[in-house]
Design a protein around this ligand. Structure first.
Ligand code: FAD
Length: 359
């Protein structure tokens, strides 16, 4: 079955909903296709103890402040899921769930969006598929001989799953620090490994300050002033309360990256090693863009070249929410609103120009 619509948004997490909010305001005819069975995007799958690194009011999508969560300055992931579910209902966003899009192709003056539940012909597409479904694991010699378990951030749920085990957490970003803290506080036998010494942000800096810094940087660059350095200059790890508690209670000092696996653990270049039952790779993600392959849009590091959110070589495609390359802080709740608005406006303008040409 083929349906016709002006805009297809692929992905119904926070980025897809923010896009839907602005498309609705502009009166466009659109549908949001989401592979998940229920609302909430990646927030449905995070570990039990995950809390946001910003207070609720600083974690809001356009139009609707996130309510505070009782007793919590930093809401948990369940609260975000409830907020997103309520958000799409409130704005009556046309989300179709359980729809996995596997290809987008050019089709004359339209774009064809192919899914396991039918095909849509659209004038424009917004890709908002996030990164959660594309975990990244670096290659390390001997990986295939290691007899223990190897997991990624996406697989981790709670320390009880590792009771009595020797666990290595790899990663010096927020996920690595939070999962290491979670395990350390539960007295799992933990080794924490980071590529460079962990850089904690000052205790009074949270996501609010990070957003302000990212915005100031974008403004400086837009106005032709020198680069202010962005959030990376402040540190890598937000010292959210559980991380602070673990750090102060003796989170083990991070070791540098090991150089190889053995059958029972890992080894460093100097020959020292540790035994491990499990390795948890907190080594990041890549954008989930493989379904766009038929468009043959080239970029660097798995990205597609963009001007703002618009794909440079396909003006009918916008990319939203993947990180700074698709808008400053666009991979955060508070940061995705502005690029979502810009994408919706650009598409509205494109459709208006197209309509003028046809008349
Ligand atoms: P997602 O939430 O991943 O949503 C994408 C949706 O698209 C999913 O529902 C997916 O099923 C669907 N999809 C994917 N591919 C297809 C396809 N081919 N067809 C159909 N549907 C598809 N941000 C903050 O603002 N504050 C925080 O404190 C914070 N903490 C974070 C902690 C962790 C551990 C991580 C990983 C991220 C954190 N973020 C935080 C960043 C960010 O807010 C989340 O990553 C967020 O989930 C990104 O939203 P999204 O809509 O872009 O992607």
């Amino acid at each position: 079955m083929t349906s016709r619509v002006d805009v297809v948004v692929v992905g119904g997490g926070q980025a897809g909903l923010a896009a839907g909010y602005h498309l609705r305001r502009l009166g466009l005819d659109f549908v949001v296709l989401d592979a998940e069975a229920t609302p909430g995007g990646a927030w449905q799958h995070t570990w039990d103890s995950l809390h946001l690194f910003s207070p609720a009011a600083y974690s809001s999508l356009p139009g609707r402040l996130m309510p505070t969560q009782r007793g919590q300055t930093y809401p948990d992931a369940g609260h975000v899921v409830e907020y997103l579910a309520e958000y799409e209902k409130r704005y009556e966003l046309p989300v179709q769930r359980g729809v996995h899009v596997h290809a987008v192709r050019r089709d004359g003056d339209r774009v064809r969006v192919e899914s396991d539940s039918g095909t849509w012909q659209a004038r424009a597409v917004i890709s908002a598929t996030g990164t959660w479904s594309r975990p990244f694991l670096p290659a390390v010699p001997g990986q295939d001989i290691f007899a223990g378990r190897q997991l990624h951030t996406v697989d981790y749920r709670r320390p009880a799953d590792f009771a009595g085990q020797r666990v290595i957490v790899v990663g010096g970003g927020n996920s690595g620090a939070q999962i290491a803290a979670d395990l350390a506080l539960d007295r799992v036998h933990l080794t924490w490994v980071t590529q460079r010494p962990p850089r904690f942000l000052a205790d009074d800096i949270d996501g609010r300050a990070l957003f302000d810094v990212a915005t100031a940087r974008r403004r400086a660059l837009d106005e032709g002033r020198s680069d202010t350095g962005g959030v990376a200059s402040l540190g890598d790890i937000v010292a959210v309360p559980p991380v602070r508690a673990a750090r102060d209670a003796g989170l083990p000092a991070a070791k540098p990256m090991f150089t190889r696996f053995t059958t029972t653990g890992v080894q460093w270049a100097d020959g020292s090693g540790v035994l491990a039952d499990a390795i948890i790779w907190c080594t990041g993600f890549r954008p989930a863009l493989s379904y766009l392959a038929p468009l043959r849009l080239r970029g660097q590091r798995g990205h597609i070249a963009t001007d703002g959110t618009r794909a440079v070589d396909e003006p009918r495609l916008h990319l939203l929410g993947y990180g700074d390359w698709t808008g400053p802080a666009s991979a955060t709740l508070i940061g995705v609103g502005r690029p979502a608005r810009d994408a919706a406006r650009a598409i509205s303008q494109l459709l208006a120009e197209e309509a003028k040409r046809v008349r």
